[in-house]
Write a protein that binds this ligand. Structure first.
Ligand code: ATP
Length: 338
């Protein structure tokens, strides 16, 4: 188990990470999520031993303060893979096991096993300079896993890839991490990637961990409005929960997980859907997305504490600016903030 205990990293007297504490249980994937510049990479680097820090990084209770990077037993993957260009694919993956003194025959078997795991069976003799971006990242992952690290540290491993490849590789990565039973810290600024890959989330903002917990719990109940907005909430209104039901200006939704009482309601765009019944408003803007239409709707006449809101329509709805629509509350996009 990894324990990060009140870690602070300071550059030129300015703390980039402040008092960060977190734990990752064996076999668990934790996503460290936060906006650009929030300190994610810095914290990952401090855990790896690449950055001087105060506080403690422990593995199974042992303080790693005096342990250099290559003796921590951690595997690292960065955004651009950083493969050894003068070695072929097998040479890259076999590097760690070779350093560990694994005999050649066992190394070959380990390389083949890992290539199979990342979906590149038979790629041993390929030059890394001839690989596509997605293939190179798979090789980087295989190389990091080859010495059987006790912790895998992934720093934005998919962000150099185009959107479609990212999505498919994220799904593959879920399977790879599960099969390898890899304890993993994943740094990302992409909430979808975090939700796809992680068991738990830690949200970092301005160097501080604002919230950590089970992915679904954080999604449903962000700690404050800032975390909520970072996690996709675009509309905030007041509401009341009673008997597992939320009542707000946009209607009623089942929230069996929420505590009763007055609440701040966070709505993601898909919490408000264009439908035949619901709160009326006028479409101000429309933007087509891959599988839905995003609309901005002026509801100022019906909802006093919201002027315009983001909502979604299906492509088939064919809504246009100036049109009158109705918005129905969808519990799937509702968060209770705070
Ligand atoms: N080597 C360094 N020297 C001085 N300041 C640094 C150094 N590395 C990072 N910083 C600063 O520390 C802060 C956190 O940077 P960091 O790279 O950890 O953020 P991040 O959340 O990983 O961002 P991104 O998603 O953009 O990579 C930033 O303000 C950055 O400018």
């Amino acid at each position: 188990m990894l324990t990060v205990d009140r870690v602070t990293v300071t550059y030129d007297r300015t703390p980039a990470v402040r008092d960060a504490s977190l734990e990752i249980a064996d076999g668990e994937v934790l996503a460290l999520l936060g906006p650009s510049g929030s300190g994610k990479s810095t914290l990952l680097r401090a855990i790896a031993g690449l950055e001087p820090a105060t506080g403690a990084v422990r593995w199974d209770g042992d303080d790693l303060a005096g342990v250099p990077v290559h003796r921590r037993g951690f595997g690292l993957v960065f955004q651009d893979g950083q493969l050894f260009p003068h070695r072929d694919v097998a040479g890259n993956i076999a590097f760690g096991p070779r350093m560990q003194g694994m005999p050649a025959g066992d190394r070959d078997r380990r390389v083949a096993e890992l290539l199979e795991l990342v979906g590149l069976a038979g790629y041993e003799r390929r030059q890394v300079t001839e690989l596509s971006g997605g293939e190179a990242q798979r090789v980087a992952l295989a190389r990091a896993l080859a010495p059987r690290p006790r912790l895998l540290l992934l720093d934005e491993p998919l962000s150099g890839l185009d959107a479609e490849l990212r999505e498919s590789l994220a799904l593959d990565l879920v399977g790879v991490l599960r099969r390898a039973k890899a304890t993993t810290l994943l740094v990302t600024h992409d909430q979808e990637e975090a939700f796809t890959l992680a068991d738990r989330l830690a949200v970092l903002d301005e160097g501080r961990i604002r919230q950590s917990g089970d992915v679904v719990d954080v999604w449903r109940a962000p700690a404050d409005e800032r975390v909520a907005r970072f996690l996709g909430v675009t509309t905030v209104v007041s509401g009341e929960v009673a008997d597992g039901q939320l009542r707000c200006a946009f209607g009623v939704a089942d929230v069996p997980w929420a505590l009763a009482g007055p609440v701040t309601v966070g709505l993601r765009p898909h919490a408000l859907r264009v439908a035949s019944t619901g709160v009326p408003g006028e479409v101000v803007e429309r933007a087509r997305r891959r599988d839905h239409t995003r609309v901005t709707v002026d509801v100022s006449e019906t909802v006093p504490d919201a002027s315009t809101v983001d909502a979604v329509a299906t492509m088939a709805d064919g809504v246009r600016p100036g049109e009158e629509v109705r918005l129905r509350l969808d519990p799937g996009g509702v968060a209770i903030v705070g």
